[in-house]
Design a binder for this molecule. Structure first.
Ligand SMILES: Cc1ncc(COP(=O)(O)O)c(C=O)c1O
Length: 399
């Protein structure tokens, strides 16, 4: 269906791309729950194992259901290659393992998901890879942090949880001046709202656990690139070290992709309504959402995104106990660390997602004790606002 016709719209790609029907003519994508594949004869097995012909050998390397997810996600990101892995953290770890060696240096944004900070500091430092942390929003700092051994730039945009935004084009030209690779975690926007590879990123990493699934069912991740030689290095590292995606999870993510464009549109409109409502609430000190005119990078957000996303964070008047009281007083919202779900989730980053990093790293990322992160879901907006009002009524002297 893609032959010599017009390119398909992204919404159609999300529903249809990459399906290879079997001889059974199933309409829905099949799940191949098999660890290995059989060969017609020993010679064919030898050729497949010796890379003289291509085909499935063993599901740690390739699996048709996983390949279906990989090809659909790559197409959505405007790229030609994707490796699916067992989690978003496996995607980041695998990328760094495949592309760096001891003695190399990374420049990274300081505003990052907590486990990514721990990975770069405690784990990769142990293996001789050092990281300098700089501001996501100030390209000059990226340039100043470069060392002779800098090989990779890493960033998350918008950042988790403050929704700061990187000027991808500027940061990618700084990276490319020194032949460093730019890796971007596109968890918050998904390829529906932002496509970093089209504007200079070399690699996009995903936690499929979030919006790509969209219903909080499975853990998974993916690495997307348009560069065949980078893909080869990633594929070799990941299939050798082994954090492969299970076929069942891949199938769940394929189903997630089908509704991704529709869901993202609704997440964006609900989140904008929530952000505007919070901004006018007397018990809220500050709201961080790129769709608000008060966001310091609202103009950049308009250039880069085709919607402002579903994550809103805000600071309540007071401190940690006010934030906790607000969270505890909500009745419908789910108190959970996940995001990108159909259900609205509410999180206190300082004591959950960012609890395992040092106070210094939290301060650097401007994660205060009064900060709350919402992943605005797909419920009716009036029900979400009513529950937030219930929560806010417990802030300050109102407990
Ligand atoms: C921005 C971001 N990147 C990566 C991850 C890690 O994903 P996973 O939990 O699938 O390993 C998360 C998890 O919350 C995240 O928010």
């Amino acid at each position: 269906m893609t032959k010599d016709t017009k390119p398909l719209h992204r919404q159609t790609i999300a529903v249809r791309h990459g399906q290879n029907r079997t001889m059974e003519r199933e309409h829905n994508e099949a799940i191949f729950t098999t660890s290995s594949f059989v060969f017609d004869n020993a010679e064919q097995a030898g050729k497949l194992f010796g890379n003289q012909s291509s085909g499935n050998v063993y599901s740690r390397f390739t699996n048709p259901t996983v390949a279906g997810f990989e090809s659909r996600l790559a197409e959505l990101e405007s790229a030609s290659h994707c490796v699916a892995v067992s989690s978003g953290m496996a995607a980041i770890t695998g990328t760094l393992l495949a592309l760096l060696k001891s003695g190399d240096h990374i420049v990274s944004s300081s505003a990052l998901f907590g486990s990514t900070v721990s990975l770069l500091t405690t784990i990769f430092e142990k293996f001789g890879v050092q990281t300098s942390f700089v501001s996501l929003t100030d390209p000059k700092q990226w340039k100043l942090a470069i060392r002779p051994n800098t090989k990779l730039f890493f960033l998350e945009t918008p950042s988790n949880p403050l929704c700061e935004i990187a000027d991808i084009e500027q940061i990618s030209s700084i990276a490319h001046e020194i032949d460093a690779l730019l890796v971007i975690d596109n968890a918050f926007m998904t390829p529906i709202l932002q496509r970093p590879i089209e504007i200079g990123a070399d690699i996009v990493v995903h936690t499929a656990t979030k919006y790509l699934d969209g219903q909080g069912r499975c853990i998974g991740g993916a690495i997307v690139t348009d560069d065949a030689s980078i893909h080869e290095k990633l594929f070799t590292m990941l299939r050798t070290t082994g954090p492969s995606m299970s076929p069942f999870n891949a199938w769940t993510f394929i189903k997630g992709l089908e509704t991704l464009p529709l869901r993202m549109r609704h997440h964006c409109s609900n989140a904008l309504a929530v952000a505007r409502w919070l901004q006018n609430h007397s018990l809220v000190k500050r709201v961080h959402y790129p769709g608000l005119q008060s966001h310091p990078q609202h103009d950049l957000a308009k250039q880069l995104f085709s919607g402002f996303g579903g994550i809103v964070s805000f600071e309540v008047q007071g401190g940690k106990y006010d934030a906790w009281a607000m969270i505890d007083a909500t009745e419908m919202l789910s108190i959970t660390g996940n995001l990108g779900d159909a259900k609205t989730t509410i999180t206190h980053p300082a004591t959950t997602t960012h609890a395992r990093i040092t106070q210094e790293a939290r301060d650097r990322a401007r994660i205060s004790d009064s900060l709350i992160r919402l992943s605005v879901g797909l419920e009716h907006i009036e029900d979400i606002l009513a529950d937030l009002e219930l929560g806010l009524s417990k802030v300050g002297g109102n407990r």
